[in-house]
Design a protein around this ligand. Structure first.
Ligand code: ZN
Length: 136
C-alpha cells in the first residue's frame, strides 16, 4: 500500500469564521486556503503542520455529510487521511482485503487531490480517506 504520511486530519466545525482564529492565535498556524467543495457540500480551511494538514470542514447543507455528522456527533475529528502513491491501486487493494469502501473509484477532493473513503464500519469506527496528490 505504501502510505507515506498522514496527509491531513479532517475536523468538523460549525463555523470556519469562529474556529480559524483558534488555530491561528493559539497555535500560530496560518490558514493558507479556504475552498468550497460543492459535491461534498462543505467549505474547507487548511493549515500546515509539518507535512500534515489540518482540514476544517464547515457544512454548506444540513443534509450533506458534514451537516449530518454535526447533527449526530457535534464538532470534532471527522476523518483521517493517508497519502498514497497510487489511489486506484490503493482502493482496489483495500477492497481485496475485505474492507468496505465508500468510494470504489477515486474522486476529486479539495486542493485537486484524488481521494477515496473507506467505510467506518470496516475500520473500527475511523472514517479513513486515502488521497493521492496528482499535482506533483
Ligand atoms: Zn479529507
Amino acid at each position: 500500500m505504501n502510505l507515506s504520511h498522514i496527509e491531513h486530519i479532517g475536523i468538523a466545525v460549525k463555523s470556519l469564521e469562529t474556529s480559524i482564529p483558534y488555530w491561528e492565535k493559539v497555535f500560530g498556524l496560518k490558514c493558507y486556503a479556504v475552498e468550497e467543495v460543492t459535491d461534498q457540500r462543505v467549505k474547507t480551511a487548511f493549515f500546515m503542520v509539518g507535512q500534515t494538514k489540518i482540514e476544517l470542514l464547515e457544512s454548506t447543507d444540513p443534509e450533506g455529510p458534514i451537516g449530518k455528522f454535526l447533527e449526530k456527533k457535534g464538532e470534532g475529528i471527522h476523518h483521517i487521511a493517508f497519502a498514497v502513491k497510487d489511489i486506484e491501486n490503493a482502493l482496489a487493494e483495500t477492497e481485496a482485503n475485505g474492507i468496505q469502501l465508500i468510494d470504489k473509484q477515486s474522486r476529486k477532493g479539495a486542493e485537486g487531490m484524488s481521494i477515496g473513503f473507506l467505510h467506518p464500519k470496516s475500520t473500527f469506527g475511523v472514517l479513513t480517506e486515502l488521497c493521492e496528490n496528482k499535482n506533483i
